[in-house]
Design a protein around this ligand. Structure first.
Ligand SMILES: Cc1cc2nc3c(=O)[nH]c(=O)nc-3n(C[C@H](O)[C@H](O)[C@H](O)COP(=O)(O)O)c2cc1C
Length: 431
């Protein structure tokens, strides 16, 4: 009974009204095959300065992306995003990276990869790929789901993607291809497009080389928003996990981009762990801040402050118990939607950091481990495990964020690299 009610609920979580595809004709096919004409390049070059960051580059019906939750494969799935949205109304949410090929080859099974609940807006779809035709088709197929922005992955160092031709962060070595891909994506959707990248790859890590990438991509395509994971990627020798901690963060590159490309929007990412640091980054001039691991590992304390501390909304009176009650209804509605999947463990996974540092957290996790072995519903899982958490934790609303921004970015701003001198227009056109 619970299950069928749940399935009805999930049905209402699936595709939103379709949006019109544009440029199905000649332009679109030119773009798919990468034949961007010189006049089109010039057009982009001359048009690139005419907009206001918060109104044109982002979907205007939502608050601007001052705060977003990073795309994380195997983490920022529907379950996590549902939880995140229960805690923060305004944070922009990203999907995990989905390969264009997956979308194209799973054409008959797209809900599994692309469906999301309407409450998840504003939501950005991140795609990865290196084949323009598949990128075009994937964008078209994704359109009917109503994402608010399409983001292209140029930052993933995983050998699984970086080693296959040119995919993920390796694409930073080929800005013209990225510009073509972005033009293809933009030609096949009506929503804004953006790129997520690193600050460099291996020895190609100077500020000037980063600027060349940004300059070429933004000049040769409609990309006006870049998310900058502010460390380079090392392609050989270290794991994807190490690639998120070993190369040092260089926020000075990020702030120099903000200085040198005043007509583009930049979101800073990497190593930002608290709401105070988010505010500190913004007070130093960051247009937007993206947080990954901290938002996953400690969702209540991080996301719980986003609406009030970043967007100026009144402090919420929401409690963890209320979030859990809503999440349970969602969780039980999706259990077994795809055969054995998702199971209780998968649905509960995003909650494993929900009681971070609170009394009862350790005991709750031990009870959770035991309950995973036999729970068949999310409701029964909570009934069995929540006894470990004191009522004072479950029933307290989010506390006020501390005020007083740490100085973490001021230092970076004091050592900005020299200003970028753009490549000349002819070099850009004939490169
Ligand atoms: C488990 C995991 C999976 C990730 N998957 C993606 C991904 O699919 N696409 C992407 O652009 N970045 C991915 N990233 C990188 C994050 O988006 C982010 O750039 C990185 O974690 C740095 O931000 P943070 O220090 O706030 O976590 C992933 C990171 C983690 C930890």
């Amino acid at each position: 009974m619970m299950k069928s009610a749940g399935h009805i609920l999930f049905a209402s979580l699936t595709p939103l009204p379709s949006v019109t595809l544009k440029n199905h004709g000649r332009l679109s096919s030119n773009l798919v095959h990468g034949n961007i004409t010189k006049s089109r390049k010039l057009h982009h070059y001359h048009q690139k300065c005419q907009f206001h960051k918060d109104s044109i580059m982002v979907a205007t019906r939502y608050p601007p992306p001052w705060f977003s939750v990073a795309p994380m494969m195997e983490y920022t799935d529907n379950h996590y995003r549902t939880l995140a949205r229960l805690i923060s109304r305004h944070a922009w949410l990203y999907t995990e990276m989905i390969a264009a090929e997956t979308i194209v080859f799973q054409k008959g099974n797209l809900d599994r990869f692309l469906a999301f609940g309407p409450e998840q807006h504003p939501i950005v779809l991140q795609i990865g790929g290196s084949d323009l035709e598949n990128i075009a088709k994937a964008t078209q197929l994704a359109n009917s789901y109503g994402y608010d922005e399409i983001n292209f992955n140029c930052g993933c160092p995983s050998p699984k993607v970086a080693g296959k031709g040119c995919f993920g962060v390796r694409l930073m070595l080929d800005p013209k291809f990225v510009a073509n891909a972005m033009s293809v994506i933009a030609a096949n959707t009506d929503v804004p497009v953006s790129v997520k990248c690193r600050i460099g790859v291996d020895n190609q890590d100077s500020y000037n080389e980063l600027c060349d990438f940004i300059y070429k991509v933004s000049s040769l395509s409609p990309t006006k928003h870049f998310i900058i994971h502010s460390r380079k990627a090392l392609l050989n020798g270290i794991s994807p996990k190490e690639n998120r901690s070993i190369p040092p963060l260089k926020y000075e590159y990020y702030y120099a981009l903000v200085r040198d490309f005043p007509d583009l929007r930049f979101t800073i990412n990497g190593g930002i762990n608290t709401i105070d640091e988010v505010n500190a980054a913004r007070s130093e001039g960051a247009h937007g801040v993206m947080v990954g691991r901290a938002a996953y590992n400690n969702p209540w304390n991080l996301l719980g402050h986003v609406d009030s501390a970043i967007y100026g909304a009144p402090l919420s009176s929401l409690t963890r118990r209320q979030v859990i009650e809503k999440y349970q209804v969602y969780g039980d509605s999706v259990l077994g939607l795809y055969g054995p999947k998702p199971n209780v463990r998968e649905v509960i996974k995003p909650l494993l950091g929900f009681f971070h540092s609170e009394p009862g957290n350790g005991l709750w996790k031990r009870k959770a481990d035991a309950a995973f072995l036999h729970s068949t519903t999310v409701k029964s899982f909570f009934e069995e495990t929540l006894v470990a958490i004191p009522d004072s934790v479950l029933d307290s609303p989010i506390t006020e964020a501390s005020i007083g921004f740490p100085d973490v970015f001021a230092d970076s701003k004091s050592r900005l690299p020299s200003p970028y001198t753009a490549v000349r227009e002819e070099e850009l056109l004939y490169a």
